[in-house]
Ligand binder design. Structure first.
Ligand code: H2U
Ligand code: ZN
Length: 348
């Protein structure tokens, strides 16, 4: 037995997240713990292709009174309840350095992935997923001209607080770089300064050589459970070549991205035979007009489910007060995901 396998499966240990600088406590000896806690209700599965009451379906009227067009592919609109607004407000003068603030400006968009209300990304044809990838890239190009950070994300499933089952994601573009990407920017910058190569490219080499945490790969992309994963089935999607931002992807890389997304998300759905809830998002170099060679484009998937469609991991108690903790090791999670079918359970 190698020293890595021994310590990783048998003993409590901490793993360092080289991308954020956070630590995670891993307690693999606890995986047989009985569960007497909260059980989530199963989300309804079969939905119609059009729901006359859905605010995101084609031709329907949204909450602000606007009618959605009869869209055929993706459809982008400005969030009627945007968290940031284009004009920064005037803040009152600070009375103490302990009461520090700064103006926040930006725009929030909603991206409907498809007019088909009943679909989710893994159920969409690859051609339609390419349309989503192109929309993500276009949003970064357009909003990136004005804003320093363009956060693309998808919140999927009732358990994640997603308000509408219609397949959709969001874009929040801001004049500031938020906390999470700032941590990643710092770690990647430090690594590049020391090694003159991007952190995530070196990391990918380690993972593709070892294979123990790799879930699936194709010519351009790799999906893996990162060594430092916090969520039980967390994954990281990485391009093989050095790419700073999504719009740099070639047509063939967009196609291979759509293909690997479909395969990956189908496996996720098959894990507990449920439309798998998660928050996913893209991180790339800040859109400040500069080149950031330390940055490598990637997507995170943070799914909350732990041991079944109805038992969720709660980030509470020790996680809130001290640091992230997991029982299942990253290697065990990758192994489980690797063993799954790429035929969606609904179509079997
Ligand atoms: P979530 O379910 O991921 O929160 O996304 C739905 C978003 O769509 C949410 O941010 C917006 C909500 O503000 N929305 C509109 O802008 N208009 C509507 O009529 C419905 C929902
Ligand atoms: Zn709908």
């Amino acid at each position: 037995m190698s020293t890595e396998t021994l310590s990783a499966t048998d003993f409590p240990h901490r793993r360092y997240n080289s991308l954020t600088g956070d630590w995670i406590l891993v307690s693999p000896h606890r995986t047989k713990r009985p569960w007497l806690g909260k059980v989530e209700t199963l989300p309804r599965s079969d939905r119609p292709a059009h729901d006359p009451k859905c605010l995101l379906c084609a031709g329907n009227v949204r909450m602000n009174g606007e009618r959605n067009p009869d869209y055929k592919g993706t459809f982008v609109f400005t969030n009627d309840f945007s968290a940031v607004l284009p004009e920064p407000g005037q803040l009152p003068p600070e009375t103490s350095p302990l009461l520090h603030s700064e103006p926040a400006a930006g725009v929030c968009h909603v991206i409907c992935f498809s007019p088909n209300h009943g679909w989710t990304l893994p159920e969409m044809p690859v051609e339609a997923i390419i349309g989503v990838v192109n929309t993500w890239a276009d949003e970064i190009t357009e909003l990136g001209k004005k804003y320093r950070w363009v956060q693309i994300f998808e919140n999927k499933g009732d358990v994640m607080g997603c308000s509408n089952p219609h397949p959709h994601g969001q874009v929040w573009a801001t004049n500031f770089v938020p906390n999470e990407p700032t941590k990643e920017d710092n770690r990647q910058r430090e690594y590049f300064a020391k090694h003159n190569t991007p952190l995530l490219l070196d990391y990918l080499q380690i993972e593709t050589a070892s294979k123990s945490r790799v879930v699936i790969e194709n010519d351009d992309w790799v999906v893996l459970v990162p060594y430092w994963a916090t969520w039980p089935y967390e994954t990281l999607l990485l391009p093989r070549r050095h790419i700073q931002r999504l719009p740099e992807l070639t047509d063939s890389e967009r196609k291979s991205l759509a293909e690997i997304l479909k395969r990956h998300l189908t496996r996720y759905d098959n894990l507990f035979e449920v439309s798998f809830p998660y928050s996913m998002g893209w991180h790339g170099a800040p859109t400040d007009g500069q080149s950031h060679p330390h940055w490598q484009l990637h997507a995170h998937f943070y799914p909350p489910l732990l041991r079944s469609a109805t038992v969720k991991k709660f980030m509470v108690g020790y996680e809130m007060m001290a640091e992230g903790q997991r029982d299942l090791t990253a290697e065990q999670a990758a192994d489980k995901l690797r063993g799954l079918s790429e035929v969606h359970f609904k179509s079997r």
